[in-house]
Ligand binder design. Structure first.
Ligand SMILES: N=CN[C@@H](CCC(=O)O)C(=O)O
Ligand SMILES: [Zn+2]
Length: 404
């Protein structure tokens, strides 16, 4: 459902508009009511009152709906085969989550054809778009050999420019008991082969995966190959992940479920974003991260859905916003900001996550009058329009815009 990029589009009769630009409206979210927006050449060209909206080639009367920047999904693992529904059921019956479950998916992913991996990824990328995510990061990490990580990175590149080489997720079965040998192979061989197909380098720094020195070696080799670092850290217990991320100037450290006061202080004094993944804590029945302590210390917080077959088989940032408000005690404004502008900072992107003049025209409309409904109506598919670069890419509403 794409349109000609040279067409202009006017959105009118917006009940609540979130711009994330304080110069355009109230507070940090830059909120306006009874608003209008115009998209031209794939970017936002005008924001103001609905009645003053300039005419455009295509018009959408949004009937009082809320309009937000598209969500920026900064953490997903969409290149995999199989599922782990039985593992989930065992966890709900009392089993603890351990990093070892990842090996089940590595085996299934290695057995799958490129076409099977691509089709599964595209299905999930489409699901993510329909729940409002207009920017999507995708990690490798279920290959864990040079051949299979290269395959996964190439496949991910068909869906996004935000490809992360999760070179060290868990040591694969053929390296059992030889973690340092695996790290040496990643550093000496895998990164050089895969780096041209990725933008980011990532490591799972956790007991049962990679320790501080191993994670440092992988991230440093990635940086030397031109990749930018991000880290999976402090998911299952307190550990060195957060401090390592800050030390290396990582864009983001993700999970951050178990942190010390020193970790919070280090994050607060850095530009590293803390990306919270409450879907993973929900589906592993873990404690939730202390979002209030992070926010109150001044840490920049993002929210991601972390879609993967092990810990969080959801693409829905609206679901994560609802958990963040209900269980992490974030305000609805903080949660919406974290899933939009926060995600953009976690990917070091200045063109998305806001609806400022010149921002990429990535926006969503909700079947609701305000963003509060994302938390107030959990589990309801509220996103009913999705524009990406000014094109209406998804709508569940029959009136798809009137030509002028
Ligand atoms: N924690 C590490 N990686 C994934 C889980 C991967 C899996 O269990 O398959 C995550 O972000 O939650
Ligand atoms: Zn992850």
């Amino acid at each position: 459902m794409t349109s000609d990029r040279s067409q202009t589009t006017a959105l009118t009769n917006i009940g609540t508009l979130i711009t994330n630009d304080p110069t355009l409206g109230d507070g940090r979210l830059g909120i306006r009511h009874d608003a209008g927006v115009v998209f031209a050449d794939g970017v936002v060209s005008w924001v103001g009152g609905s009645a003053d909206t300039p005419s455009a080639d295509v018009g959408h009367d949004l009937g009082g709906r809320a309009v937000l920047p598209g969500f920026v999904e900064s953490h997903s693992h969409l290149v995999f085969a199989g599922d782990r529904a039985e593992e989930f059921a065992s966890r709900m019956a009392g089993e603890r989550y351990g990093a070892g479950g990842i090996r089940t998916t590595i085996e299934a992913t290695r057995r799958a054809t490129d076409e099977q991996l691509r089709a599964n990824m595209m299905r999930l990328a489409d699901e993510s778009l329909r729940s409002g995510s207009t920017t999507l990061e995708i990690k490798t990490g279920y290959g864990q050999s040079t051949e299979h990580e290269l395959r996964c990175a190439t496949i991910a590149g068909a869906a996004t420019s935000e490809v992360t080489l999760l070179a060290a997720h868990v040591p694969p079965p053929e390296y059992a008991g030889r973690v340092d040998d695996y790290v040496r192979m990643v550093v000496d061989e895998m990164i050089g082969v895969c780096a041209p197909h990725a933008k980011w380098i990532d490591v799972f720094c956790e007991r049962g995966a990679f320790d501080r020195d191993q994670a440092h070696a992988v991230l440093s080799a990635g940086i030397a190959a031109g990749l930018k670092p991000r880290v999976h850290g402090n998911q299952l217990q307190a550990g060195p992940g957060v401090q390592l991320a800050v030390e290396l100037g990582a864009a983001s450290v993700d999970h951050v479920t178990h942190v010390t006061r020193a970790d919070i202080d280090a994050l607060a004094g850095s530009s590293t974003v803390a990306t919270l993944l409450p879907g993973a804590d929900f589906s592993t029945r873990s404690t939730y991260p202390d979002a209030r302590a992070l926010l109150d210390a001044g840490v920049t917080v993002a929210l991601g859905a972390d879609c993967n077959p092990g810990t969080s088989y959801t693409t829905s940032l609206p679901f994560c916003i609802a958990i963040a408000v209900r269980d992490l005690h974030m305000t609805p404004d903080e949660a919406v900001w974290a899933a939009t502008a926060g995600g953009a900072l976690a990917l070091q992107r200045s063109d998305v996550g806001t609806l400022a003049i010149g921002s990429r025209a990535d926006a969503i409309a909700l079947a609701a009058p305000s963003h509060l409904h994302l938390a107030y109506r959990p589990g309801v598919a509220l996103v009913d329009h999705v524009w990406r670069s000014g094109d209406l890419e998804y709508t569940s509403v029959k009136d798809q815009g009137s030509q002028r």
